[in-house]
Design a protein around this ligand. Structure first.
Ligand SMILES: Cc1ncc(COP(=O)(O)O)c(C=O)c1O
Length: 312
């Protein structure tokens, strides 16, 4: 049985590790490298490929016919899942938070065009997305065969996703200890947990939650690590850079993303990577990251979501 890596054409591994030459502002005082996971594939981009590869591998091995997963109208995860499932020949269902809009967002239109069946549920129902009983109800409603259907959680964030993220640094020949800090944006924290695990206690990791009140992620990430008997402590979260909450943005964030692109040519999204680099700039400004520090930032993709900006 071929693995998804063999089946998905156009994957670029390894992707570029880019040193950013920044002339002005706080980031000019550090050595900043960016791992451009946004370049791994035009559709299965960023951390998504790493989170999906072992999930899809397992589905192919178990002859799964349908994958069901969860997300919002601009979900990077569902977008990537729809693309990957189409290529490997597995049916996909996206359970979408909120009522069906009169006009589908470009992300939803893409998902549909890539063969994903879109199933809209109320926000109240969506809160049950982790509930096994809700999964059974969904399988009934969608008339899926329960024996050949897999549920993948929101953001793809399960143990198999972590396993994929474990490989992010090693696949690119990166040793975490060559940096003072390896930084990534956090939604569920699965990507950060995978990176920490892959580094086997070496280096230092920083996660920047993009949700308000991101302290709960400390426990979640500990739990993800403890579940696989890993108690590395070489990581921390900085939870104050959410810019008002998930998918919220401030004028300063928007200006930063534009300035960053003008100076480096690296496109960022406003939901994840924009907040990560904006956080790094502020941490240097505050003196929490010192001049001369070697920092590796993971560009986790998400650029398809930038189309939401046209709507605001
Ligand atoms: C572009 C992007 N970056 C980062 C993340 C955060 O990943 P995680 O949920 O594994 O923390 C996500 C969400 O999955 C994302 O879409």
């Amino acid at each position: 049985m071929a693995s998804p890596s063999d089946l998905i054409p156009g994957l670029i591994e390894p992707v570029p590790l880019q040193n950013l030459v920044i002339q002005q502002g706080p980031l000019a005082s550090i050595h900043l490298d960016v791992l451009r996971l946004d370049r791994v594939h035009p559709l299965v981009s960023g951390n998504k490929w790493y989170k999906l590869k072992y999930n899809l591998d397992e589905c192919l091995k178990s002859e799964v016919k349908t994958v069901v997963s969860f997300g919002g109208a601009w979900s990077n995860h569902l977008h990537a899942l729809a693309a990957a499932c189409q290529v490997v020949g597995i049916e996909s269902v996206g359970v979408i938070r909120g009522h069906k809009p009169d006009v589908l967002s470009p992300s939803l239109q893409d998902m549909q065009a890539m063969g994903m069946c879109l199933h809209f549920v109320t926000r109240e129902a969506y809160r049950r997305r982790h509930d096994v009983e809700f999964h059974h109800e969904l399988i009934d409603t969608l008339a899926c065969d329960p024996t050949s259907t897999r549920m993948i959680p929101e953001g793809g964030s399960n143990a198999l996703a972590m396993q994929g993220c474990v490989e992010i640094l090693s696949l690119h020949g990166i040793q975490s200890e060559d940096y003072d800090l390896v930084a990534t944006a956090c939604g569920t924290g699965a990507t950060l947990a995978g990176l920490i695990l892959g580094a086997a206690g070496k280096g230092r990791f920083l996660g920047v939650p993009v949700l308000k009140g991101g302290d709960f992620l400390i426990q979640d990430i500990h739990q993800r690590l403890m579940d696989i008997k890993c108690d590395h402590q070489n990581w921390q979260l900085r939870t104050e850079f959410h810019c008002g909450g998930y998918a919220r943005q401030t004028e300063e964030l928007q200006q930063f993303v534009r300035r960053f692109f003008d100076e480096t040519g690296v496109p960022l999204d406003r939901v994840y990577t924009g907040k990560l680099f904006f956080a790094l700039e502020q941490l240097v400004e505050k003196g929490d990251v010192l001049p001369g520090c070697r920092v590796l930032a993971i560009h986790t993709g998400g650029l398809q979501g930038n189309r939401s900006l046209m709507e605001s």
